[in-house]
Ligand binder design. Sequence first.
Ligand code: GDP
Length: 478
Amino acid sequence: ESIKVGEFARLINKPSSEIIKKLLFMGVMATINHEITFETAEKIAEEYNIIVDKEIKKEKEEILINDFEDDEESLQVRPPVVTVMGHVDHGKTSLLDAIRHSKVTETEAGGITQHIGAYTVDINGSKVTFLDTPGHEAFTAMRARGAQATDIAILVVAADDGVMPQTVEAINHAKAANVPIIVAINKMDKPNANPDRVKQELTEYGLIAEDWGGDTVCVPVSAKSKIGIDNLLEMILLVAEIQQLTANPNRPAKGIIIEAKLDKGRGPVATVLVQKGTLRIGDAIVAGVAYGKVRAMVDDKGRKVKEAGPSIPVEVLGLSEVPNAGDILYCVSDDKTARQIGEIRKNKERQEHYANTAKVSLEDLFSQIQSGKVKDLNIIVKADVQGSVEAVKQSLEKISNEEVRVNVIHGAVGAITETDVALAAASNAIIIGFNVRPDNMARQAADRENVDVKTYRIIYEAIDDITAAMKGMLDPEY
Ligand code: GDP
């Protein structure tokens, strides 16, 4: 593998002159257009603290993104991000609504809040961000993708119902993610509310309330009567303070896609929770395979904003397509880089897709039949004369047996083309050619899509091959 000095410099975001100088020190005379080996590039990258990988594709993506660690001095306090979890019907949604409305003044965009997947409330000058999808499922789905958005979990337990199966699940999910739990004992307005029973039951799962000598913060609330909401918010700030949540706001933004959709008028719309740095209008961004430029941003109050800092959720317009929830968003140096990363990832995704869809081939026909993956052996026949097409078709279909049915799904005169390969890929077929060969495009397509293409000069050789492949599976015990 080798790479041009100029391109390498651009990839790692350093001036070419610097790279050329470093090369000189290494005893290599080079210009921008000089090719250097991978090993040399690796050594130079190392000096910049950038690790490159053997695979040039992966390496490019990583160099381009350059997600560096922030210095201690650059870190500033950021708002906590909170997820509400708990058993169904214990009041998660009601609590989220009560919190949202407790802090939205009538003057704020007419008191209307937009549902963008998350919202931020202001408590005497301190902010707290709530993720709007309650429950541990979304929380863990994101974690499975390597994205942890939540700093604190609010465990809602109904005071009249106590700890239930999903309460336990939520506890386990929060513990697995190492996220501190604050218990909101809800429905305190109910006459049969029994907070002590809840506390008692929670001890079984290692959550001991503070007034019982433990360190779990428990706050009695009523989402319905709006009791205890302020107290809960204060407790969140307290726990956040202990956690010392910080981020550097002065760097290119990194965030998590909370939710995303295709909007008829506005195109792909994604809610981003900024985690580091500040996202601004005009920034070049990538998120999964989507890329683009921040065209506009809208906050949770429906207001257009020009920038969003750490722990702030915003709707972002301007991506090329709809990313997945849990995708990481990065701000990169320029539009071209964003597009490049998007395309590298798209290619990778395509390759993985083809690698994962098992395509049938004569060589592994036997094992595929055995594993029950193949019940129909689809074949495309191409030949130089119509007589051969017909003869092959008839002989092949005769060799069907109980386990496998041989279907000639397409037969025609002429060379094997890209269209034949596309058909084969779509219907998991093998292509057989008599006195014809695949053209260049077809050969490339077959390689790309893992389609087995076999060419013969004599009909009975083809029949023998296929019969043998099938026989192999017919009498494994003999
Ligand atoms: P979720 O499934 O956890 O999101 O629960 P919901 O927020 O949908 O609430 C389930 C039911 O409990 C609804 O009928 C709510 O009106 C009711 N509810 C929620 N919070 C309270 C509360 O504090 N007091 C009373 N009495 N009912 C509540």
